[in-house]
Design a protein around this ligand. Structure first.
Ligand code: RI2
Length: 307
């Protein structure tokens, strides 16, 4: 349980972050917990696995990759504790392998839509979006990137450091400069924390203003998302919850101390409607947002949304 608590804390504090990495870390935590779990009966085994699963899922509410990873990893059908344990270990390892492979496939598929000379705008720090950008660059395309700072956690600094490591010419801008620079951009590529059954994207706060500015300027807006970022619960009518994080991330609490009429809001994500999205690059190919329902039903599996 100690390892699970450590992983949960790292996810909560964002030491482990990025929807894909969160999912992998949760799958590893379930696998390791199941490996060492001593239980006298299958009922006890199942109850402990469920408890740990719920605990991990509660750490961050928005990235659907987290419950998807936990549910796919913790599935078992046997009534024998040892067999059930093995099923969980196998399912978790399978999920982790697929997640790693998915990033490579998204990079390869998405890079075909990047042209030599493209200026690409990206937001926050998405490993899936970066996989497309770095793959295109490694294929020899002379591209450059405009990266947003992504207040308040400034994950854009991780992005520019990553791109700099590849030698990709990169410009860092503040979030409010997005529309000002859109005229210089050929395409926008962002990641996803969740995709709803209607094709709407949930991603880092500010993503929808990139989409709006790209739409106005007739620039292509691409989303890079593994299939485990699609939300089965949305088919069941359950909305995706937007995480509200601490005000301390936005402003030093001492500044607010003598401002009794001021409140701070800090939503971590926003919704981008499907009509602003040109394509979603997934590990099973490029799809229009209208195909989200099919991905959930036929690829991810409807039953993992059941509660
Ligand atoms: P990958 C991140 O959320 C960003 O919103 C990013 O676009 C998304 O996860 C997907 O990231 P946060 O964890 O899975 O920084 O593509 O809140 O790495």
């Amino acid at each position: 349980m100690k390892n699970v608590q450590e992983t949960a804390e790292k996810i909560r504090t964002m030491e482990i972050r990025g929807a894909g990495r969160i999912a992998k870390a949760a799958a590893e935590a379930i696998r390791d917990y199941a490996s060492g779990l001593e239980a006298d009966s299958i009922e006890e085994f199942a109850a402990r696995i469920r408890e740990v699963s719920d605990y991990l899922i509660s750490t961050r509410p928005t990235a659907v990759s987290l419950p998807n990873a936990v549910k796919l990893s913790s599935r078992f059908s046997s009534n024998n504790v040892e067999e059930a344990r093995q099923e969980i270990i196998t399912n978790s390892n399978l999920f982790i392998e697929r997640a790693d492979r998915a990033l490579g496939r998204i990079g390869k598929i998405g890079s075909r839509r990047v042209q030599d000379g493209d200026v690409i705008m990206t937001h926050c720090n998405s490993h899936a979006a970066l996989s497309i950008i770095t793959t295109a660059f490694e294929e020899g395309k002379k591209i450059s990137v405009i990266a947003t700072e992504s207040r308040p956690r400034r994950q854009g600094l991780l992005t520019v450091r990553h791109l700099n490591g590849f030698g990709i010419p990169t410009t860092l801008i503040v979030d409010s400069a997005v529309r000002y620079y859109m005229k210089d951009v050929d395409k926008v590529i962002v990641g996803a924390d969740a995709i709803a059954a209607n094709g709407a994207l949930v991603n880092k706060i500010g993503t929808s203003q990139l989409a709006l500015a790209a739409h106005e300027a007739r620039k292509s807006f691409m989303v890079a998302a593994e299939t485990f970022k699609f939300s089965p619960s949305t088919i069941l009518g359950i909305p995706i919850e937007i995480e509200e994080r601490s005000a301390d991330e936005v402003v030093d609490p001492s500044i607010l101390a003598d401002l009794p009429h001021v409140q701070v809001k800090n939503p971590a994500f926003d919704f981008t409607p499907a009509e602003y999205i040109d394509m979603i690059v997934t590990d099973i190919g490029i799809i229009p947002p209208a195909m989200a329902y099919t991905v959930i039903k036929e690829h991810l599996g409807w039953e993992i949304g059941e509660i």
